[in-house]
Write a protein that binds this ligand. Structure first.
Ligand code: PLP
Length: 386
């Protein structure tokens, strides 16, 4: 059997390694508390489940969906963008449904990257940006995210021969794993770069609805000129506790959306219609319910930041996202610190290097465990002597 080279070329998915470690401990009867994976513990809201039930009884929803999504779903996305960001979208040409943002992110490279092309990819970052590039035969140029640069890539440091070969650039704010947010001037710089180098700007905004202290993350499409060069990826996963249902959308420049639709319509058959109906109900949830949910995460954020600071780690409160990103104490590597923590406290955190080499020196903690588990973990951390 000849397995294609790209299969072997994929680095191990970091979460597979995390799951393996948890399983090994659990097999020994150990109660591991995991801050590893960003998968909300909170349930899908009841109104969204009601919509699924109702839609599941409607026979037309039992048939193949269209790849681009139901007109009603795309209309609801456009309404949501107007309400949330004051951005007007044409649901016909500027919106496409996704089987979760991951699917769209993976397929986007197929639409814009060919052998010899470069994708500009943040490091540390969500691994699918570079894996999609690899599958499309392109090469990733890693843009380091560093604290000194507010975790935004230094676009002036990208060599001219790289930017000349680049066809896409990935950005992700609120950011996984650093929890950083980006402001208008940073986005404006990226738009200017994309125009100058004829690069498609892919903005992954999957965490835009998880924010603290009243902060409201921006859409890149709120910034002047974005629509000429940009597509934005969204996910209902984190916004509405719907990771298991697989629903997201890409919005923005119609040419980019059409290219993505062509790839998708030849690779998948779209999102089940009943699940799109869930999305329509989700985007109609009152703002108050979303802020109540965010308050739960915010309480957890306080507990986690406090416990880490007490241990001597350097950590700032993230303004958004599900993640606390903390610098490990002197003398530790990310992996060394995480391994010792797991061995001695049965608390699992992700080493920053799971998200790229520039994640060295940091660990990531996800706020998606129950309050009870979280309090237990905080107790373990506070009685740990390193
Ligand atoms: C930055 C980022 N983008 C995209 C995704 C995938 O989202 P979805 O569940 O919609 O596929 C994740 C999931 O963890 C993520 O962290």
């Amino acid at each position: 059997m000849k397995v294609a080279g790209r299969v072997g070329a994929v680095p191990p998915y970091p979460f597979v390694e995390i799951s393996r470690k948890i399983a090994a401990k659990k097999a020994q009867g150990i109660d591991v508390i995991s801050f590893g994976i960003g998968d909300p513990d909170l349930p899908t809201p009841p109104s969204v489940l009601d919509a699924l039930h109702k839609a599941s009884l409607d026979a037309p929803n039992h048939r193949y969906p269209e790849s681009e999504g139901l007109p009603e779903f795309r209309g609801a996305v456009a309404d949501w963008y107007k309400k949330r960001f004051d951005v007007n979208l044409d649901p016909e040409t500027e919106v496409v449904s996704l089987i979760g943002a991951k699917e769209g992110i993976g397929h986007a490279a197929m639409a814009f990257v060919e052998p010899g092309d470069i994708a500009l990819v943040p490091d540390p970052g969500y691994p699918v940006y570079s894996v999609g590039t690899l599958f499309a035969g392109g090469e990733s140029y890693l843009m380091p995210l560093m604290e000194g640069n507010q975790w935004f890539p230094d676009l002036d440091a990208i060599p001219e021969d790289v930017s000349n070969k680049a066809t896409i650039m990935w950005l992700n704010y609120p950011n996984n794993p650093t929890g950083a947010t980006a402001e208008r001037d940073q986005f404006a710089k990226a738009i200017e770069f994309a125009r100058r180098h004829d690069v498609v700007l892919m903005h992954d905004a999957c965490y835009s609805e998880i924010a603290y202290d009243g902060y409201q993350p921006l859409s890149l499409l709120q910034v002047e000129g974005a629509r000429d060069v940009c597509v934005e990826f969204h996910s209902l996963s984190k916004s509405y506790n719907m990771t298991g249902w697989r629903l997201g959308m890409a919005v923005g420049n119609p040419e980019i959306i059409e290219a993505l639709r062509v790839i998708k319509s030849n690779m998948d058959s779209g999102v089940p219609q009943a699940i799109q109906q869930m999305g329509i109900a989700a985007m109609d949830i009152p703002d108050g319910e979303i802020s109540d949910r965010n308050e739960i995460y915010q309480r957890r954020r306080e507990l986690v930041v406090g416990a880490l600071r007490a241990l001597g780690l350097t950590v700032k409160h993230p303004r958004a996202s599900l993640y606390v990103w903390a610098g490990v104490p002197e003398g530790f590597t990310s992996a060394g610190f995480s391994e010792r923590l797991l061995e001695e406290t049965d608390v699992l955190v992700s080493p920053g290097t799971s998200y790229g080499k520039w994640g060295e020196g940091y660990i990531r903690l996800s706020l998606t465990l129950s309050d009870e588990q979280l309090e237990k973990a905080v107790d373990r951390l506070s009685s740990w002597s390193m």
